[in-house]
Design a binder for this molecule. Structure first.
Ligand SMILES: [Zn+2]
Length: 497
């Protein structure tokens, strides 16, 4: 496999590499609007496949999709004090509804019509809690209306200053779930259920292993009682928050007066949750699996799972290998596999291999005249390895290869994560680790926000989460890794995107 000339190697500059992979795989492009990206068909297809899989999981657990408006009255944001503080610095505000011709030339030919000023400005949703609770106040009357389990797939705008494709963009796509419950226990159960679904989705579909756990107060969602998160470690040993699930308590219910009549006849505020994952997951997928030749897509989310590349010199050979190519394609499609047959005669096979590798296609089938003569095709894996398989067994061999690649990507990512994690570190070891290669550092935490802030200020590392029992170290830390005070919980630190 020749290394792509225009993909910067990871070891040289990870950030450049990330941009090159996206460009080479045609996943996204920069747009005329600063900070907002264009998702190209190759990238959008990954999102559609993600949507389909996650949507099915949410549906299977009783959630239904709805759609709420893009615009939210500005006053709504002010109703929940923490919420407005959390989002005030990054909202886009609509103040006028019309433009008018000025009679001038060029860019001055139109201007905002001052007479069209809105009485109350609208914010472009940075998240939809407020507008959704305003509606829930109408829809929820009695305990019989609960739980209310809604989700919406939509776009969101958060005015970010420093943006990176997929990871942080001014406008992004996501799903946001919003549920209302009779009591705290039911809301907590929901928040945890979703965290489990997110974990399963990330591991089974993206082949991206995640830690699950609780956010500290300083990292929790603005207006939430508790925020749970999934965190993954990228190849540069920086973490990404891949999804969050919030138990909102009664904060929004009180702000929007969402009350219900209890079975006993009393009046009670609902308990609610909200949760989301976004197109940021595509960034996580890229940085988890891809290599110096470009994108490596996990088979379950690969827009093209198999590319068939026939090889020929003469027209006669072309007819033969093409006919076989069509037949193999049809068989694979019948098995539900996404296939492309590359019959372009403007490109040499080597150049085709190179291009499809950059697109992240997990399996390539090469069919040459000599293969045909011996009744075989050559199966090459994007992750390495190439072997002939009998033509009649091509579909079975491809199916097996896709399953194996999917499983091995998850295993490799998990192994890499564990190799780049340290446990029970002292302050000195932590400093060396974080300022060196980096990764997940497990250690005791005193629970003091001032201590947490000092660590962040000195090392740029934040507490990614307080891990769930499954991920905790065998030895329970007794003292805070940083200040030496008694530890109240084990924490996982990392530098994050
Ligand atoms: Zn401390």
């Amino acid at each position: 496999m020749a290394q792509a000339k225009h993909i910067t190697p990871r070891a040289k500059d990870f950030s450049e590499w990330y941009g090159d992979v996206i460009e080479h795989a045609q996943l996204a492009d920069y747009s005329p609007v600063r900070g907002a990206m264009v998702i190209r068909p190759n990238g959008y297809r990954i999102w559609e496949l993600m949507q389909r899989a996650l949507d099915e999981m949410l549906r299977a657990t009783g959630h239904r999709n709805a759609y709420f408006p893009l615009f939210i009255p500005m006053s709504f944001l002010a109703k929940e004090a923490e919420h407005v503080e959390g989002f005030a610095k990054e909202v886009a505000v609509v103040t006028h509804t019309r433009l008018k011709a000025t009679g001038k030339q060029g860019k001055d030919a139109i201007a905002v019509d001052p007479s069209s000023a809105l009485e109350e400005p609208l914010v472009v949703r940075p998240t939809s809690e407020t507008i959704i609770y305003a509606m829930y106040a109408k829809w929820i009357q009695s305990y019989r209306d609960l739980p209310l389990l809604l989700n919406q797939w939509c776009n969101i705008v958060r005015w970010e200053l420093r943006t990176r494709p997929f990871l942080r963009t001014t406008e992004f796509l996501w799903q946001e779930g919003h549920t209302a419950h009779v009591d705290e226990a039911d809301a907590e159960r929901e928040a945890r259920l979703i965290l489990g679904i997110y974990r399963r989705f990330n591991e089974e579909w993206l082949a991206m292993p995640v830690l699950t756990g609780l956010k500290t107060d300083s990292e929790r969602f603005a207006g939430a009682l508790r925020t749970y998160a999934i965190e993954a470690l990228m190849q540069d040993n920086k973490a990404i928050q891949a999804g969050t699930s919030h138990n909102l308590g009664q904060n929004f219910a009180k702000a929007f007066n969402v009350q219900y009549q209890t079975a006993a006849g009393g009046l009670e505020y609902v308990w609610s949750t909200s949760w989301g994952v976004s197109t940021r997951l595509i960034g996580g997928l890229i940085m988890t699996h891809s290599d110096d030749n470009g994108l490596v897509a996990p088979p379950k989310l690969a827009p093209v799972q198999v590319v068939i590349v026939p090889i020929w010199k003469t027209d006669d050979e072309k007819n033969q290998v093409s006919a076989t190519g069509y037949r193999v394609k049809e068989d694979l499609e019948k098995a539900g596999i996404r296939v492309e047959l590359d019959l372009r005669d403007t490109m040499k096979p080597g150049a085709k291999y190179f291009e499809w590798e950059g697109f992240g296609v997990p399996v390539r089938l090469e069919i040459g005249p000599r293969d045909l003569a011996s009744g075989q095709v050559v199966l090459a894996r994007r992750t390495g390895g190439k072997a002939p398989v009998p033509l009649q067994e091509a579909t079975a061999a491809v199916t097996k290869a896709l399953d194996e690649i999917q499983a091995s990507l998850l295993a490799a990512a998990r192994e890499r994560r564990e190799k780049n994690s340290i446990r029970g570190a002292t302050k000195a070891q932590f400093l060396e680790f974080i300022k060196g290669s980096g990764g997940f550092a497990y250690g005791g935490f005193c629970g003091d926000p001032a201590c947490e802030a000092e660590i962040k200020q000195q090392t740029n590392a934040t507490i990614r989460l307080l891990p769930d029992p499954e991920f905790r170290s065998k030895e329970v830390p007794k003292t805070c890794m940083w200040c030496g005070a008694p530890s109240v919980a084990e924490a996982v630190w990392a530098q994050a995107y």
